[in-house]
Design a protein around this ligand. Structure first.
Ligand code: PEP
Ligand code: MG
Length: 326
């Protein structure tokens, strides 16, 4: 069994009919185990920088950050690493940065904090840019974007960081990473036509997107039953993202938990997602299932799922499909 597992781990990530699916890692929590898995993924689709900030007793300096980010970029080089700028607030708090709110998931979170504290944001961006010198596999991703002003302000601060660093070290080649946004606030889905001209890529954060589409607190056990990304309303939105991004030639991926579930991965691949980012423990099982399926069959399943009236029916159909096609 062990040999079969290892063989499966290093097998190519292609569907039965030859479509390449990039399986990437969600990282940030356990660098040691994650680093040693660089060879079984196509890079990091979500590096949660806040995880490291949460372990610290104070904001790390720019130099400390730079050294840390370089370690991470090096472990996966030359594969890409999508580093997300600080995404605190909501359920993620820093002991040394007080946020007290009645409604944290609708409050001061992610990019909102970075834009209100440009000194922190610029430090982080500069540390990332410096860490990327001579490597070039960094991509930067902005969390919790809900409006055009945020996109514009964040990009302006990125330009400022890039400009100030190039002035400071004119003899060194400063790579220009791609900058993308997370799609996790419903309004962002309706702005893609405008934002496609501004950003280089986007990635769906299906955990938050599900929470905000269904108005269900993702951390509240009492309503956990209602938190369901297989809700046909959520699936239709995910499908819309794939269509909109394809229409506007904006590279897109998904990095929420849904992409790491075999049922979710099948439906997303059918929609046109070719980059899925997931936890280490999901990589091999998602690869195992997609290697046994054809895109056409998955698309037929998707068409049926999109017209179901509830998540239970979607899951029943998808699980039956998996059993039939093993
Ligand atoms: C998400 O919201 O889906 C996501 C990937 O980000 P996080 O879980 O860190 O909020
Ligand atoms: Mg999120």
């Amino acid at each position: 069994l062990n040999n079969r597992f290892l063989a499966e781990q290093s097998a190519q990530s292609v569907t039965l009919d030859g479509e390449q699916i990039n399986l990437m890692l969600n990282a940030g929590l356990e660098l040691n185990t994650e680093q040693s898995s660089a060879h079984i993924c196509d890079g990091v689709g979500l590096y949660r920088t806040e995880a490291w900030f949460m372990q610290k007793g104070q904001f790390p300096s720019q130099t400390e950050q730079e050294n840390w980010y370089r370690e991470v970029l090096k472990s996966y080089h030359p594969a890409p690493v999508v580093m997300r700028t600080l995404d605190i607030g909501g359920d993620k708090v820093l002991d040394y940065f007080n946020i007290t709110e009645e409604n944290p998931f609708l409050g001061w979170r992610g990019i909102r904090i970075s834009l209100d504290h440009p000194e922190l944001f610029l430090d982080q961006l500069k540390a990332m840019l410096k860490a990327n010198m001579g490597l070039g596999n960094l991509k930067i991703m902005l969390p919790m974007i809900s409006g055009t002003e945020e996109v514009d302000e964040a990009l302006a601060l990125f330009e400022q960081a890039y400009f100030e660093l190039s002035e400071k070290c004119p003899n060194q080649k400063l790579e220009r990473p791609e900058v993308g946004i997370m799609l996790e606030v419903p309004s962002s889905i309706f702005m893609l036509d405008e934002w496609a001209k501004k950003v280089d890529f986007c990635s769906v954060g299906s955990n938050d997107l599900t929470q905000y589409l269904l108005a269900v607190d993702r951390a509240n056990a009492r309503v956990a039953q209602l938190f369901n990304p297989y809700h046909p309303g959520v699936l239709r939105v995910l499908n819309k993202v794939a269509n909109e991004c394809s229409k506007h030639s904006l590279p897109f991926s998904l990095c929420g938990e849904l992409g790491g579930e075999p049922e979710g991965a099948i439906l997303l691949i059918a929609m046109g997602y070719r980059h899925l980012s997931m936890n280490l423990s999901s990589l091999t099982k998602v690869k195992w299932i997609l290697r046994r399926l054809n895109i056409n069959d998955m698309q037929q399943l998707l068409a049926e799922c999109l017209v179901q009236s509830n998540a239970k029916q979607v899951l029943r159909l998808t699980r039956n499909f998996m059993i039939e096609h093993q």
